[in-house]
Design a binder for this molecule. Sequence first.
Ligand SMILES: Cc1cc2nc3c(=O)[nH]c(=O)nc-3n(C[C@H](O)[C@H](O)[C@H](O)COP(=O)(O)O)c2cc1C
Length: 252
Amino acid sequence: MAAEWCQPFLIPKKILSRQRPREARKVLTPLPGLFDLALVPQGSRPRLLSDAPAGAECRMDLMPAPIMIISGTNRANSNALRISKIVLGHYQSAKIAAELFNLEELPREVFEPSSYLQKPAAMRVIQQRVLDAQGLHVITPEYNGSFPGVLKYFVDMLKFPESFDRKPVAFVGEASGVWGGLRAVEQLQMIFGYRNAHSYPDRVFIPQVKDKFDAAGNFTDAGINERLKKQAIGFECFIRSVCNIASQPPPV
Ligand SMILES: Cc1cc2nc3c(=O)[nH]c(=O)nc-3n(C[C@H](O)[C@H](O)[C@H](O)COP(=O)(O)O)c2cc1C
Protein backbone atom coordinates (compact mmCIF):
# COMPACT_ATOMS: atom_id res chain seq x y z
CA MET A 1 0.00 0.00 0.00
CA ALA A 2 1.39 3.45 -0.93
CA ALA A 3 2.57 5.79 1.81
CA GLU A 4 0.04 8.45 0.65
CA TRP A 5 -2.58 6.11 1.95
CA CYS A 6 -1.79 7.31 5.45
CA GLN A 7 -2.36 10.50 7.33
CA PRO A 8 -1.52 11.18 10.96
CA PHE A 9 -4.21 11.80 13.55
CA LEU A 10 -3.95 12.50 17.23
CA ILE A 11 -6.46 10.29 18.97
CA PRO A 12 -7.25 10.42 22.70
CA LYS A 13 -5.69 7.46 24.54
CA LYS A 14 -9.03 6.93 26.27
CA ILE A 15 -10.69 6.14 22.94
CA LEU A 16 -7.82 3.98 21.75
CA SER A 17 -7.70 1.92 24.92
CA ARG A 18 -11.40 1.17 24.54
CA GLN A 19 -11.56 0.67 20.80
CA ARG A 20 -8.31 -0.26 19.18
CA PRO A 21 -8.17 -3.83 17.89
CA ARG A 22 -4.84 -5.70 18.08
CA GLU A 23 -4.13 -5.42 14.34
CA ALA A 24 -4.42 -1.61 14.47
CA ARG A 25 -1.79 -1.29 17.19
CA LYS A 26 1.09 -1.53 14.76
CA VAL A 27 0.05 1.73 13.12
CA LEU A 28 0.11 3.65 16.40
CA THR A 29 2.89 5.69 17.94
CA PRO A 30 2.32 6.03 21.65
CA LEU A 31 3.04 9.54 22.91
CA PRO A 32 3.30 10.82 26.45
CA GLY A 33 0.23 12.83 27.40
CA LEU A 34 -3.39 12.40 26.52
CA PHE A 35 -3.02 11.45 22.84
CA ASP A 36 -1.44 8.80 20.69
CA LEU A 37 -0.49 9.44 17.10
CA ALA A 38 -2.09 7.05 14.65
CA LEU A 39 -1.92 6.75 10.89
CA VAL A 40 -5.27 6.19 9.25
CA PRO A 41 -6.44 5.95 5.63
CA GLN A 42 -6.78 9.21 3.70
CA GLY A 43 -10.30 10.57 4.04
CA SER A 44 -11.30 8.26 6.86
CA ARG A 45 -12.16 9.38 10.34
CA PRO A 46 -10.10 8.15 13.29
CA ARG A 47 -12.89 5.91 14.49
CA LEU A 48 -12.50 3.94 11.23
CA LEU A 49 -8.99 2.96 12.23
CA SER A 50 -10.13 -0.59 12.85
CA ASP A 51 -11.09 -0.78 9.13
CA ALA A 52 -7.43 -0.54 8.05
CA PRO A 53 -6.73 -3.56 5.86
CA ALA A 54 -4.48 -6.12 7.51
CA GLY A 55 -0.86 -5.66 6.47
CA ALA A 56 -1.40 -2.09 5.24
CA GLU A 57 1.98 -0.43 5.11
CA CYS A 58 2.23 2.87 6.94
CA ARG A 59 5.40 4.93 6.65
CA MET A 60 6.27 5.67 10.27
CA ASP A 61 9.16 7.86 9.09
CA LEU A 62 6.67 10.27 7.48
CA MET A 63 4.99 10.85 10.78
CA PRO A 64 5.86 14.26 12.21
CA ALA A 65 6.89 14.67 15.83
CA PRO A 66 4.27 16.72 17.63
CA ILE A 67 4.47 20.39 18.47
CA MET A 68 4.40 20.62 22.26
CA ILE A 69 2.07 23.28 23.61
CA ILE A 70 3.20 24.34 27.08
CA SER A 71 0.61 25.89 29.36
CA GLY A 72 2.98 28.12 31.29
CA THR A 73 1.54 28.14 34.81
CA ASN A 74 0.51 25.64 37.45
CA ARG A 75 -2.27 27.94 38.71
CA ALA A 76 -5.52 25.97 38.95
CA ASN A 77 -8.21 26.91 36.43
CA SER A 78 -5.79 29.07 34.48
CA ASN A 79 -6.49 31.07 31.36
CA ALA A 80 -3.21 29.75 30.02
CA LEU A 81 -4.68 26.26 29.99
CA ARG A 82 -7.91 27.49 28.41
CA ILE A 83 -5.90 29.15 25.63
CA SER A 84 -3.61 26.13 25.25
CA LYS A 85 -6.63 23.91 24.61
CA ILE A 86 -7.87 26.32 21.95
CA VAL A 87 -4.43 26.34 20.30
CA LEU A 88 -4.40 22.53 20.39
CA GLY A 89 -7.78 22.59 18.64
CA HIS A 90 -6.34 24.80 15.90
CA TYR A 91 -3.49 22.35 15.30
CA GLN A 92 -5.88 19.42 15.24
CA SER A 93 -8.20 21.15 12.75
CA ALA A 94 -5.18 21.79 10.51
CA LYS A 95 -4.09 18.11 10.93
CA ILE A 96 -0.82 19.23 12.49
CA ALA A 97 0.48 16.86 15.18
CA ALA A 98 0.44 18.61 18.54
CA GLU A 99 0.17 17.74 22.21
CA LEU A 100 -0.43 19.72 25.35
CA PHE A 101 1.71 19.85 28.46
CA ASN A 102 0.20 21.67 31.42
CA LEU A 103 2.64 22.74 34.14
CA GLU A 104 0.08 21.58 36.71
CA GLU A 105 1.21 18.08 35.65
CA LEU A 106 4.75 18.62 36.91
CA PRO A 107 5.46 15.78 39.34
CA ARG A 108 5.54 16.91 42.99
CA GLU A 109 8.99 15.30 43.47
CA VAL A 110 10.50 17.72 40.96
CA PHE A 111 10.23 20.45 43.58
CA GLU A 112 12.62 18.56 45.90
CA PRO A 113 15.99 20.37 46.13
CA SER A 114 17.69 17.13 45.05
CA SER A 115 16.04 17.39 41.61
CA TYR A 116 18.79 19.61 40.24
CA LEU A 117 21.16 16.67 40.55
CA GLN A 118 18.87 13.69 40.10
CA LYS A 119 15.72 14.09 37.99
CA PRO A 120 12.68 12.14 39.16
CA ALA A 121 11.59 9.42 36.70
CA ALA A 122 8.37 11.30 35.84
CA MET A 123 10.42 14.37 34.95
CA ARG A 124 12.63 12.32 32.63
CA VAL A 125 9.50 11.38 30.65
CA ILE A 126 8.55 15.05 30.32
CA GLN A 127 12.15 15.84 29.36
CA GLN A 128 11.94 13.32 26.53
CA ARG A 129 8.73 14.92 25.25
CA VAL A 130 10.54 18.26 25.03
CA LEU A 131 13.49 16.71 23.20
CA ASP A 132 11.19 14.88 20.77
CA ALA A 133 8.94 17.85 20.02
CA GLN A 134 9.46 19.45 16.63
CA GLY A 135 8.65 22.82 18.20
CA LEU A 136 7.38 24.36 21.42
CA HIS A 137 4.39 26.67 21.62
CA VAL A 138 4.49 28.45 24.97
CA ILE A 139 1.39 30.11 26.42
CA THR A 140 2.41 32.35 29.30
CA PRO A 141 0.50 34.62 31.66
CA GLU A 142 2.08 37.71 33.16
CA TYR A 143 2.82 37.51 36.88
CA ASN A 144 4.46 40.53 38.52
CA GLY A 145 5.70 41.96 35.27
CA SER A 146 7.24 38.67 34.13
CA PHE A 147 6.37 35.07 33.32
CA PRO A 148 5.46 32.66 36.17
CA GLY A 149 8.26 31.39 38.39
CA VAL A 150 7.17 27.81 37.83
CA LEU A 151 7.82 28.20 34.10
CA LYS A 152 11.41 29.28 34.83
CA TYR A 153 11.77 26.36 37.21
CA PHE A 154 10.53 24.02 34.46
CA VAL A 155 13.13 25.48 32.07
CA ASP A 156 15.81 25.04 34.76
CA MET A 157 14.86 21.39 35.20
CA LEU A 158 15.40 20.61 31.49
CA LYS A 159 18.67 19.35 30.07
CA PHE A 160 21.22 21.94 29.07
CA PRO A 161 21.96 22.66 26.25
CA GLU A 162 20.03 20.22 24.07
CA SER A 163 16.47 20.95 25.22
CA PHE A 164 16.09 24.22 23.30
CA ASP A 165 19.12 24.28 21.06
CA ARG A 166 17.86 25.17 17.50
CA LYS A 167 14.34 24.35 18.70
CA PRO A 168 11.60 26.48 17.08
CA VAL A 169 9.47 28.22 19.73
CA ALA A 170 6.26 30.25 19.41
CA PHE A 171 4.85 32.50 22.13
CA VAL A 172 1.45 33.64 23.36
CA GLY A 173 1.13 36.14 26.22
CA GLU A 174 -1.99 36.77 28.28
CA ALA A 175 -2.69 39.08 31.22
CA SER A 176 -5.32 41.16 32.96
CA GLY A 177 -3.42 44.27 31.95
CA VAL A 178 -3.61 46.07 28.63
CA TRP A 179 -0.22 44.81 27.39
CA GLY A 180 -1.42 41.23 27.15
CA GLY A 181 1.65 39.59 28.63
CA LEU A 182 4.14 41.44 26.40
CA ARG A 183 6.66 41.73 29.25
CA ALA A 184 6.32 38.05 30.11
CA VAL A 185 6.88 36.98 26.49
CA GLU A 186 9.82 39.30 25.90
CA GLN A 187 11.59 38.13 29.04
CA LEU A 188 10.92 34.53 28.06
CA GLN A 189 12.30 35.16 24.58
CA MET A 190 15.50 36.42 26.14
CA ILE A 191 15.92 33.10 27.93
CA PHE A 192 15.08 31.00 24.88
CA GLY A 193 17.48 33.20 22.90
CA TYR A 194 20.21 32.47 25.42
CA ARG A 195 19.46 28.77 24.92
CA ASN A 196 19.80 29.11 21.08
CA ALA A 197 16.13 28.48 20.25
CA HIS A 198 14.60 29.82 17.01
CA SER A 199 11.88 32.30 18.02
CA TYR A 200 8.86 32.45 15.72
CA PRO A 201 8.40 36.18 15.11
CA ASP A 202 4.58 36.26 15.08
CA ARG A 203 3.61 36.45 18.73
CA VAL A 204 0.05 36.79 20.04
CA PHE A 205 -0.84 38.93 23.07
CA ILE A 206 -4.17 38.72 24.83
CA PRO A 207 -4.96 41.72 27.08
CA GLN A 208 -7.75 41.78 29.70
CA VAL A 209 -7.86 38.06 29.30
CA LYS A 210 -10.50 37.27 31.87
CA ASP A 211 -13.16 39.12 29.85
CA LYS A 212 -12.38 37.21 26.68
CA PHE A 213 -14.14 33.86 27.24
CA ASP A 214 -17.72 32.67 27.22
CA ALA A 215 -19.04 30.15 29.76
CA ALA A 216 -17.89 27.24 27.58
CA GLY A 217 -14.28 28.53 27.52
CA ASN A 218 -14.43 29.77 23.91
CA PHE A 219 -13.20 33.19 22.87
CA THR A 220 -15.83 35.90 22.63
CA ASP A 221 -13.37 37.85 20.48
CA ALA A 222 -13.16 36.21 17.04
CA GLY A 223 -10.11 38.31 16.17
CA ILE A 224 -7.99 36.71 18.90
CA ASN A 225 -9.12 33.25 17.90
CA GLU A 226 -8.16 33.98 14.30
CA ARG A 227 -4.73 35.29 15.31
CA LEU A 228 -4.07 32.11 17.29
CA LYS A 229 -5.15 29.96 14.35
CA LYS A 230 -2.92 31.90 11.97
CA GLN A 231 -0.05 31.66 14.42
CA ALA A 232 -0.38 27.87 14.73
CA ILE A 233 -0.43 27.34 10.97
CA GLY A 234 2.39 29.83 10.42
CA PHE A 235 4.48 28.22 13.14
CA GLU A 236 4.29 24.83 11.46
CA CYS A 237 5.54 26.42 8.18
CA PHE A 238 8.29 28.16 10.16
CA ILE A 239 9.37 24.83 11.67
CA ARG A 240 9.57 23.26 8.22
CA SER A 241 11.62 26.11 6.81
CA VAL A 242 13.93 26.24 9.83
CA CYS A 243 14.46 22.48 9.59
CA ASN A 244 15.26 22.71 5.86
CA ILE A 245 17.76 25.47 6.51
CA ALA A 246 19.31 23.46 9.31
CA SER A 247 19.72 20.42 7.04
CA GLN A 248 21.68 22.37 4.37
CA PRO A 249 25.46 21.91 4.48
CA PRO A 250 27.19 25.00 5.88
CA PRO A 251 28.54 27.41 3.21
CA VAL A 252 32.24 26.91 2.41
C1 LIG B 1 0.80 36.04 40.94
C2 LIG B 1 0.10 36.90 39.94
C3 LIG B 1 0.70 38.04 39.47
C4 LIG B 1 0.10 38.83 38.49
N1 LIG B 1 0.76 39.91 37.99
C5 LIG B 1 0.24 40.56 36.92
C6 LIG B 1 0.98 41.56 36.23
O1 LIG B 1 2.11 41.87 36.55
N2 LIG B 1 0.41 42.17 35.17
C7 LIG B 1 -0.84 41.85 34.74
O2 LIG B 1 -1.31 42.44 33.75
N3 LIG B 1 -1.57 40.90 35.37
C8 LIG B 1 -1.05 40.25 36.43
N4 LIG B 1 -1.76 39.25 37.05
C9 LIG B 1 -3.07 38.92 36.52
C10 LIG B 1 -2.90 37.81 35.50
O3 LIG B 1 -2.20 38.23 34.36
C11 LIG B 1 -4.26 37.30 35.08
O4 LIG B 1 -4.99 36.91 36.22
C12 LIG B 1 -4.08 36.13 34.17
O5 LIG B 1 -5.33 35.69 33.73
C13 LIG B 1 -3.43 35.01 34.91
O6 LIG B 1 -3.15 34.02 34.02
P1 LIG B 1 -3.57 32.55 34.31
O7 LIG B 1 -5.08 32.54 34.44
O8 LIG B 1 -3.10 31.82 33.09
O9 LIG B 1 -2.89 32.15 35.58
C14 LIG B 1 -1.18 38.47 38.02
C15 LIG B 1 -1.81 37.32 38.51
C16 LIG B 1 -1.16 36.54 39.44
C17 LIG B 1 -1.83 35.26 39.91
